[in-house]
Design a protein around this ligand. Structure first.
Ligand SMILES: [Zn+2]
Length: 486
């Protein structure tokens, strides 16, 4: 992820999750933020079903190979090719998971102009002052203040922000490059990241860099008030959470020559948005729902974390469980569209209503519950009853001990983070296991994830291979648990 403002650097707080207005059936979907860009039809990609063997490395991949940059499933000639005015090197941190990097899109779409280079192989640039490194900070300049002939190449770092800082510090080549920065933009990235919204996916940063190149050198005379309009449109975009129009800062007569850099990005974004539209009602409440075609009465109530039902990761997990359990999985909006609240009595009644609706509206015969963080206490309360058959919690927040554990009636799986103030290893976590062991009344299992912090199973930084591994394992374990008891 690439930060685009110095604010973003000093506030690594948890980002507000994009919160579109509450679901309303009569409302038309919001305009696509890509609507005004000239991006070719995604039709060749929509035809691709399933994975193909990479012609070079034989790995099974979808759309393209992250290692060899080969296109699979359609002919390369069906896809757009972008020509860049300045070549680009993407320096890739080894820890950056291939499958997560959006920088590869640039390499595939602009093959003549983009190189992807592992960090260990950073080239010896003969004159580093002619290289513009995209890297925010005090001594970074904007393109409009740099003369066009004074640089020969762009360099972008692909890695987490902390990796990027280390890479620049430790590499004399990178440290000597001249630094360039871009205007702040909000990301459209759909994976949860523990950063502000102004940290961009790498392909977004690359796109905006070339967009600014166009503004600075290719259309400078057309938009004399570019600066003023930039700041006002930023304010507008800050005010509008819902509609983020990427094109709002473009020069008037810009011909869209770099827009296809976002060809895959828009396709993947729309693909996830499509899932967003599986919003429906359950017992009158806005609900995200995924139903396996093989559904035969098994249902799972997904109690979201403090970030609410709109969090993309929550929705991807709902899909995951529907598929793995051949079940109907629902994530109702227990925050009623707005901020979190902790009225347990009121909340509990709503959980019960959701389960009743699963039975009456969808014929569920067997219901399980999984809760993350905020959803943890509700999971415990439901597992005190026969409304559910099985429960799982991941890093539960505010459990009431010993009561919440003593009263458990159903098999319960605990996915625990090592570093978790709300369910500490040598506090509540330990006490819970001791209670269950001495009572011997239910099946239970504790799985500890060393090095993980509270929240990892719902919103961990999946760019971090260790977090990604724990995240995947936690959900495989939960799926196994539910497949056994549900
Ligand atoms: Zn390959």
């Amino acid at each position: 992820m690439i930060p685009t403002s110095t604010d973003a650097l000093s506030t690594p707080s948890i980002s507000p999750v994009p919160t579109p207005s509450p679901c309303n059936d009569t409302e038309s979907p919001p305009p696509s933020p890509f609507a005004n860009l000239k991006i070719d039809s995604p039709q060749p990609l929509t035809r691709i079903n399933g994975r193909f063997s990479c012609p070079e490395c034989q790995r099974s991949v979808k759309y393209f190979c992250y290692s060899c940059f080969q296109v699979v499933g359609c002919d390369r000639s069906e896809l757009p090719t972008v020509h860049l005015p300045v070549p680009l090197d993407v320096i890739k941190h080894e820890g950056e998971l291939d499958g997560k990097s959006t920088a590869v899109h640039a390499r595939i779409l602009a093959p003549q102009d983009v190189r992807i280079i592992p960090y260990k192989e950073v080239p010896e640039y003969p004159n580093p002052r002619e290289i513009l490194l995209l890297y925010p900070g005090e001594n970074a300049e904007r393109l409009e203040n740099i003369s066009q002939g004074s640089f020969k190449r762009f360099v972008v770092i692909d890695g987490t922000w902390s990796q990027a800082k280390r890479m620049v510090r430790d590499s004399p080549q990178l440290a000597q490059c001249r630094r360039v920065t871009i205007a702040p933009h909000k990301t459209l990235f759909w994976r949860f990241q523990n950063m502000t919204e102004y940290h961009l996916a790498t392909i977004e940063a690359i796109y905006y860099l070339y967009q600014e190149y166009a503004s600075a050198y290719e259309y400078p005379h057309i938009h004399p008030n570019a600066k003023a309009s930039q700041s006002s449109s930023l304010t507008t975009s800050l005010a509008s959470e819902h509609h983020r129009d990427i094109a709002s800062k473009l020069p008037e007569h810009y011909d869209g020559r770099y827009d296809n850099l976002l060809y895959y990005y828009r396709f993947l974004y729309d693909f996830i948005q499509e899932k967003y539209r599986s919003e429906t009602k359950l017992g009158g409440r806005d609900t995200f729902m995924a139903k396996s075609p093989e559904y035969q009465g098994k249902a799972l109530l997904f109690l979201h974390d403090a970030f609410g039902w709109k969090l993309p990761n929550n929705r991807l997990l709902v899909d995951y469980f529907a598929h793995e359990l051949k079940a109907l999985v629902v994530c109702p909006d227990f925050f009623d569209g707005d901020a979190r609240h902790n009225n347990k009595e009121k909340g509990y009644k709503e959980f019960v209503k959701a389960i009743e609706a699963l039975k009456s509206e969808h014929g569920a015969t067997s219901v399980g519950v999984i809760g993350y963080c905020w959803g943890g206490w509700g999971t415990f309360l439901l597992a005190h009853t026969d409304l559910v058959k099985v429960a799982a919690v991941a890093h539960p927040s505010t459990p009431e001990l010993p009561r919440d554990i003593q009263l458990l009636k159903q098999p319960t799986l605990f996915l625990c983070a090592e570093i978790d103030r709300t369910f500490p290893q040598d506090g509540a976590r330990k006490e819970a296991e001791e209670i269950l062991k001495s009572q011997g009344s239910i099946e239970y299992k504790f799985i500890d994830y060393p090095g993980m912090t509270h929240g990892f199973a719902a919103k961990g930084d999946l760019n971090d291979p260790a977090v990604k591994k724990a995240f995947d394992d936690a959900h495989e374990q939960a799926a196994k648990w539910f497949n056994h008891y549900l």
